[in-house]
Design a binder for this molecule. Structure first.
Ligand code: FES
Length: 256
């Protein structure tokens, strides 16, 4: 079991109920694949609030530092938001299968689409793709300007188009409303967000190649409890486990 005790170096609110936590320690050296997640201990061990799956937003291997962005909305993540610099956080990971990178691909363009708290893993992915010479465009969807975060940082990697449901920033509407204008070059699509958004992205992609990362309620995080199963037509079993078979799947692989 890949368990690490990491040091909190900062934990700050960067948008409404969205926190950026930075952790350091030797275990960070194994967190090299975008799209993987950490199962983070959020409460004290006497509580039932044991772990929450948080996707990796960024890794600085030189500093042995991992960045996690999370929404403080339930009791567990609210407790996590109370952690201060100097405290220790117990993490399992990296877990799951991350994104397949488009190495040696004739298509040198990628479209990365994220909604809400699905946005963070696209940052690490975008950096990786750019380092391989792939031109990256982001579409990031938020509820409103108060919920938006990291837009300038994404802009440093590639063109970044923002949508908000209430129209307070960028294009009014959903990420799919911004897709049509940036699909002419037939980019590879990478998307992270709630199932309803991924379903709409898959439909709008019209057969383009792509990868989807599913957010799902998880229990054990390591394939033992069946809390995260999702139907598929591509396997004999009829289901996949998001935590251990995913969270990243090829477009069309799971039934959304
Ligand atoms: Fe337990 Fe996936 S969370 S099997």
């Amino acid at each position: 079991m890949k368990k690490h005790l990491l040091n909190v170096t900062s934990n700050i609110e960067i948008a409404r109920n969205i926190f950026e936590m930075k952790l350091t320690g030797p275990g960070v050296g194994s967190m090299t694949t975008p799209g993987q997640f950490l199962h983070v201990s959020v409460g004290n061990h006497s509580s039932k609030l044991l772990r929450r799956p948080l996707s990796i937003c960024d890794v600085d291997l030189d500093r042995e530092e991992v960045t996690l962005l999370y929404r403080a909305q339930g009791e567990g993540t609210k407790q996590l938001s109370q952690k201060s610099a100097g405290e220790i956080v117990d993490v399992l990971g990296p877990l799951g299968n991350g994104f397949e990178l488009a190495e040696n691909d004739h298509n040198r363009k990628a479209l990365l689409i994220g909604g809400g708290i699905g946005v963070p893993p696209l940052y690490y992915l975008g950096k990786h793709l750019k380092s391989k010479g792939i031109e990256v465009t982001f579409i990031l969807g938020y509820q409103s300007i108060e919920d938006s975060f990291y837009i300038e940082k994404f802009n440093e990697i590639g063109e970044t188009i923002v949508t908000t449901v209430d129209g307070s920033l960028g294009i009014k509407g959903f990420v799919t409303d911004a897709m049509m204008n940036v699909m002419n070059d037939e980019p590879i699509i990478y998307s992270v967000g709630p199932a309803i958004m991924l379903k709409a992205v898959e439909e709008r992609a019209g057969g383009l190649r792509g990868y989807l990362s599913l957010e799902e309620r998880m229990g054990c995080g390591i394939g033992a409890c069946f809390a995260c199963v999702c139907p598929t037509e591509t396997r004999e079993s009829g289901y996949v486990k998001i935590c251990s078979d995913g969270p990243v799947f090829k477009m069309g692989e799971v039934v959304l």
